[in-house]
Design a protein around this ligand. Structure first.
Ligand SMILES: [Zn+2]
Length: 88
């Protein structure tokens, strides 16, 4: 008993930055176009990416306040969509 509670809290803190439950982005004051573009990816079948190598992609699940790099779909996002639906 004991010892794991602190770790659970730390893990929860890490997950606060994610929208893995789908609604986490709503109450954040991020650039609205970032979020709109990111959220646009979900209905077309793209999942959030949490691997650090995807940190430049719009579908990266972790956002930091004020960032603007999610203003456009990046190559990897498009590649993901094309994997699902085929290239145009
Ligand atoms: Zn998302």
């Amino acid at each position: 008993m004991g010892g794991s509670e602190e770790e659970d809290i730390r893990r929860r803190d890490l997950e606060t930055g994610s929208d893995r439950n789908g609604g986490g982005e709503k109450d954040r004051a991020f650039d609205i176009q970032n979020i709109a573009t990111h959220e646009f990816g979900h209905p077309v079948g793209l999942d959030d990416l949490y691997d650090e190598i995807y940190s430049e992609l719009t579908m990266y699940g972790y956002s930091s306040k004020g960032e603007t790099k999610k203003c456009s779909l990046e190559e990897g996002d498009i590649a993901g969509a094309q994997q699902l639906y085929g290239a145009p």
